[in-house]
Ligand binder design. Structure first.
Ligand SMILES: [Fe+2]
Length: 287
């Protein structure tokens, strides 16, 4: 079970739900979960309905480095492995052990499919535009606090479900919410210059002007919670709305599902709308 060290100077956005409560009121449980997610809470889902062969997955490891860091589930399919880059992944992970590869690929496909089905079932009204699942088998340490952002200017909702598939805890730090960061760092990040820009520009600006210098010259100085996610733990977190850092970890699976924001329970909670409101409020104070 996740072990949370709360920092009293950072808002507590953790919500723990137990999937065993789902059977009492399936519809109500799902609605509450989706509301919490849209609100930007960090949801920890106890007794989540995923059976994962950790022994098998923990036989596979990949070297550090961008090339191997984050791999789509499809990377491990044979058709992909005929291409040069995935072939390197194959060699690094499995050597000549073809049987291990076949068992591993089956497990990756099965768990990836479970995550897609789970998201379709739980976030029932959502219209998914893309359901990408990514896997990590590289050791990661203290990557630095940041907020995620899309490369393109896209006003999309984003469903992120994480499972620690390692036998060791995965450690995250979590600091202020995106809106709180906008309020605190409006001037420092020059957000007035991007106040009509899409949210990705604002997130990128916060990373460049606030997080990157802090991570480089004064790491660890921003208040943050520490969370140790145990092996098999499942959590959901909108990583644009919650500043975060992988502090330590090795094997993980995560969804990066794009959703049409008009299908949200409350489209006003989508990131672009929240950023606009936060910029207007912070800009009004700054003037
Ligand atoms: Fe991130």
């Amino acid at each position: 079970m996740a072990d949370i060290e709360l920092n009293p100077r950072v808002a507590d956005r953790f919500v723990v739900l137990d999937w065993r409560d789902e059977k009492d009121d399936p519809e109500g449980f799902r609605t509450a979960l989706v509301h919490h997610y849209e609100a930007g809470d960090v949801l920890i889902l106890r007794n989540a309905p995923f059976e994962i062969d950790l022994d098998l997955l923990n036989r596979v490891s990949l070297p550090s480095g961008k090339q191997f860091q984050k791999l789509a589930d499809t990377t491990f399919r044979l058709t992909s492995l005929c291409r040069a880059d995935p072939r390197k992944v194959f060699r690094a992970a499995f050597g000549n052990d073809v049987l291990l590869y076949l068992r591993f690929r089956r497990e990756v496909d099965r768990v990836s499919a479970c995550l897609r089905d789970f998201a379709r079932d739980v976030f029932r009204p959502y219209r998914y535009l893309k359901q990408g699942v990514s896997w990590r088998f590289t050791k990661t340490t203290q990557e630095g606090l940041h907020v995620d952002y899309f490369r393109k200017d896209e006003d999309l909702h984003y469903v992120r479900i994480f499972i620690n598939v390692d036998k060791q805890p995965r450690v995250w730090t979590l600091s202020h919410s995106l809106e709180e960061l906008i309020r605190r760092h409006y001037d420092q990040a020059g957000l007035g210059e991007v106040r009509h820009a899409p949210s990705n520009k604002v997130c990128s600006r916060l990373n460049k002007r606030v997080f990157d210098p802090m991570n480089k010259f004064a790491p660890g100085t921003m208040d943050r919670h520490f969370v140790h996610f145990a092996p098999g733990d499942v959590w959901l977190c909108e990583t644009r709305l919650n500043s975060h850092e992988i502090y330590a970890g090795h094997r993980m699976v995560a969804t990066g599902f794009y959703v049409d924001p008009t299908s949200m329970l409350n489209p006003a909670e989508r990131v672009d709308a929240r950023v606009q409101r936060a910029l207007e409020a912070a800009g009004g104070i700054a003037r």
